[in-house]
Design a protein around this ligand. Structure first.
Ligand SMILES: [Fe+2]
Length: 108
């Protein structure tokens, strides 16, 4: 993001994201309310995918803004990050669907 801000000649300013803080809090609550095992793991994957989806929405919108502004270099960087976030989401789905969800269901 620092590179993107530099490309569009804007000052970087950190700001707390309340939505992301809420997603992290929810993940912590899942950890607290479950015992170690597959049910907890399934819950952690759920929480992680919510984070990934939030990131995908954010980077997707920023990419759209960069394209609209004709900021091609910034758009390229944002597309790369968006693709990484989408890849992480796909991997989490693969892990959940390969064995975690089924073993969590059997353990519940
Ligand atoms: Fe991510």
């Amino acid at each position: 993001m620092e590179e993107v801000f530099s490309l569009v000649k804007e000052k970087v300013e950190a700001k707390k994201c309340e939505a992301m803080a809420g997603l992290v809090k929810e993940a912590e609550e899942i950890m607290k309310s479950t015992e170690k095992g597959m049910v907890r793991d399934a819950g952690i994957i759920l929480a992680a995918q919510k984070v990934e989806h939030y990131e995908i929405a954010t980077y997707g919108t920023l990419l759209s803004f960069a394209k609209t502004l004709g900021e091609d270099q910034a758009a390229d960087l944002l597309q790369k990050t968006l693709s990484e976030e989408m890849g992480a989401d796909v991997k989490l789905t693969e892990i959940a669907e390969s064995f975690v969800n089924e073993e969590a269901m059997e353990a519940a």
